[in-house]
Design a protein around this ligand. Structure first.
Ligand SMILES: Nc1ncnc2c1ncn2[C@@H]1O[C@H](COP(=O)(O)OP(=O)(O)OP(=O)(O)O)[C@@H](O)[C@H]1O
Ligand SMILES: [Mg+2]
Length: 273
C-alpha cells in the first residue's frame, strides 16, 4: 500500500544510524544487531502488572520561538505499567527529553493528555502540580545538579526538605539510600570530592528520597564509562525490584536500553517502535 513511504523511512533510519555511528558501517551493523535483540525481547515482554501508571495519549508538543515552530512531539501515545522498566531511545533531537519532561509534569503538552496515577496533569494548578511531582516522581538528570556547597547527605535530603519532612526521618532515609547506592562511606563528602559515577548515584539517591512511585531519568549515564553506565542500569533494576518503582530512562545507548524490560524508539518526534 504505502511501500514507497516505508522504503523512504528505512533509508532515513539507515542514514541516521550511520551518522550516529560516526559514519562507521561496522559499528552501525553492531548497533543494528543490538537493536534487533532489543526488539525481540520487547516482543516477548509482557508487563507484570496491568495497572497503567503513566498514560500518554495523542500528545503533541510544539515549541514556539517567535515565528518559528518546532514540532518536538507529534501525536505520541505510550502506556507505562506499574513496576515496568522502560528505556526511551532515539537520535538527538527526536523528542526524548521533551517526552520525559511532559511525563513528569515539568512542561505541558500542546495537544493530548498525560495521565499519571489517573490524574490528568494539565488539570493541576502550579502549586498542586509541584506537590504531586514532589510526592510521586523522582527525577535524575544527566548533569546531576547536586548543590556544590552541601555535603552528600544533605544533597540527598533536598526533596524531603521541600516536602517538610522531619529532620530525623530525613536523616534516617538519606542514610538508608546512601547504602542502597553504595555511598555509605561518602556521606560527609562534598560533590567535588566524588567521582562522576558516585555523583550520579547520589543524584539517584536524592530522586528516591520521597519514595516516589515513578523514577524518570534523562541520559543518566551520558557522562559515564560503560562499566559505570551498566552499574547504574543495574541499580535501576534493583530499585524497581526492591521498591516496586516504575522506571523510565532516556538513553541513546542501545546496549543499555537492552537491559530494560522494553525499549521505545523515537524518531523525529514520533514513536516508531
Ligand atoms: N525549549 C525549547 N524551545 C525550542 N525548541 C526546543 C526546546 N526544547 C527542545 N526543543 C526542540 O525540540 C526537539 C526535540 O528536543 P529534545 O530535547 O526533546 O530531543 P532529545 O531527543 O532529548 O535530544 P538529545 O538526545 O540531543 O538530548 C529538538 O528539535 C529541539 O531543538
Ligand atoms: Mg535530551
Amino acid at each position: 500500500m504505502d511501500g514507497g513511504e516505508n522504503t523512504d523511512n528505512k533509508q532515513v533510519y539507515a542514514v541516521q544510524l550511520l551518522q550516529a555511528c560516526g559514519g562507521d558501517p561496522r559499528q552501525a551493523l553492531e548497533q543494528l544487531k543490538i537493536a534487533a535483540r532489543t526488539l525481540r525481547t520487547a516482543k516477548m515482554y509482557k508487563p507484570k502488572s496491568e495497572e497503567v501508571v503513566v498514560a500518554v495519549d495523542n500528545v503533541s508538543k510544539t515549541y514556539k520561538m517567535g515565528k518559528a515552530h518546532v514540532e518536538a512531539l507529534k501525536d505520541v501515545s505510550i502506556r507505562v505499567h506499574k513496576g515496568e522498566f522502560v528505556a526511551i531511545t532515539g537520535t538527538s533531537g527526536s523528542g526524548k527529553s521533551t517526552l520525559l519532561q511532559l511525563m513528569g509534569g515539568l512542561d505541558k503538552p500542546s495537544k493530548g493528555v498525560i495521565t499519571v496515577h489517573d490524574q490528568n496533569l494539565s488539570k493541576l494548578r502550579d502549586g498542586k502540580l509541584s506537590r504531586f511531582r514532589n510526592r510521586t516522581i523522582g527525577f535524575v538528570f544527566q548533569f546531576f545538579y547536586l548543590q556544590p556547597f552541601l555535603r552528600l547527605q544533605t544533597n540527598i535530603e533536598v526533596p524531603a526538605m521541600f516536602a517538610r519532612t522531619k529532620r530525623s526521618v530525613r536523616k534516617a532515609k538519606s542514610t538508608e539510600l546512601a547504602g542502597t547506592v553504595g555511598l555509605s562511606d561518602r556521606l560527609k563528602h562534598y560533590p567535588r570530592e566524588l567521582s562522576g559515577g558516585q555523583m550520579q548515584r547520589a543524584a539517584i539517591a536524592r530522586a528516591l528520597q520521597n519514595d516516589p512511585d515513578i523514577l524518570l531519568a534523562d541520559e543518566p549515564t551520558g557522562n559515564l564509562d560503560h562499566a559505570n553506565a551498566v552499574a547504574i542500569f543495574e541499580l535501576f533494576k534493583q530499585i524497581r525490584d526492591e521498591r516496586g518503582a516504575t522506571v523510565v530512562v532516556v538513553t541513546h545507548d542501545l546496549a543499555l536500553a537492552g537491559m530494560a524490560d522494553r525499549a521505545v524508539h523515537m524518531s523525529d518526534g514520533r514513536v516508531v517502535s
